[in-house]
Design a protein around this ligand. Structure first.
Ligand SMILES: C[S@@+](CC[C@H](N)C(=O)[O-])C[C@H]1O[C@@H](n2cnc3c(N)ncnc32)[C@H](O)[C@@H]1O
Length: 237
């Protein structure tokens, strides 16, 4: 993978930025690592300015090297820092991408930093795990989910969520929608069904081990049973 050949996962994020970001797009890519995504978008003229942020020095050095080798120093500012602290009001960032982290960490980064963004900003998010916690936060913080995708790369399934801030919007997702995704439930794509069949198998395994414990964790068992019910309802369609 590089800035001209993105992985299938990052290509989906790229497509959602092109489809849903406000124009002109001023992007912050948080946890940028090699900065392939902002470089790819800048090379095609899809962003006019980007902040590529990372909390660790090694990834930051890779990002600087990539930006420089692509001749994009005038369009992409590479910055070291935690989450959205790298964004200044004067950057006028209207779009944020966060990919390849856990959903809870992404939620914490957003909760701490969305005040630094332009109003009605777009988020394109790809959490490796923890999408339920992430969607719950988005719903309660006034975001509308515009689109979602599931894709498979090797053994791994990835979900990508595109959403926009709607100030004043009240929470509207059901528990099942927070777990499985409101747009994905409508689309019922092949990767979505395969992912949830895999997840059901993993949940049944955990359920069986918890049931054998001397003092079963009843709360977790109830949660697993609820999730299995949602999955079975959908896969049975
Ligand atoms: C697995 S890489 C993902 C890289 C790229 N976004 C992608 O999806 O291919 C995760 C990156 O997030 C960075 N990271 C982790 N926590 C962070 C935080 N709180 N703020 C900024 N970057 C963070 C890590 O240093 C690492 O470079």
């Amino acid at each position: 993978m590089n800035s001209t050949h993105l992985s299938k996962r990052l290509s989906q994020v790229y497509d959602f930025v092109v489809s849903y970001a406000a124009k002109p797009c001023r992007l912050a890519d948080i946890g940028t690592d090699h900065a392939y995504l902002p470089c790819a978008l800048a090379l095609e003229g899809e962003v006019t300015f980007a902040v590529a942020g990372d909390v660790a020095a090694g990834p930051l050095a890779s990002a600087k090297e990539e930006v420089s080798s692509q001749g994009l120093e005038d369009k992409i500012s590479v910055r070291l820092g935690d989450g959205l602290t790298v964004v200044e009001a004067s950057d006028r960032i209207n779009t944020v991408t966060i990919c390849g982290m856990g959903g809870r960490l992404m939620r914490d980064i957003l909760e701490a930093g969305v005040g630094r963004l332009e109003v009605e900003h777009t988020l394109v998010l790809q959490a490796n795990v923890g999408n339920y916690a992430l969607r719950t936060w988005l719903d309660e913080a006034g975001y509308e989910i515009l689109d979602e995708a599931v894709m498979q790369e090797g053994k791994h399934f990835y979900e990508v969520i595109a959403c926009v801030e709607r100030p004043g919007k009240v929470a509207s997702l059901s528990d099942k929608e927070r777990l499985m995704g409101p747009k994905q439930l409508q689309k019922q794509g092949e990767a979505f069904r395969l992912m949830w069949a895999d997840e059901a198998q993993a949940l049944r395994y955990v359920q069986a081990s918890l049931q054998q414990a001397k003092q079963p964790n009843l709360e977790r068992l109830q949660e697993i049973q609820q999730q299995l019910t949602y999955i079975e309802e959908e896969l049975g369609k």
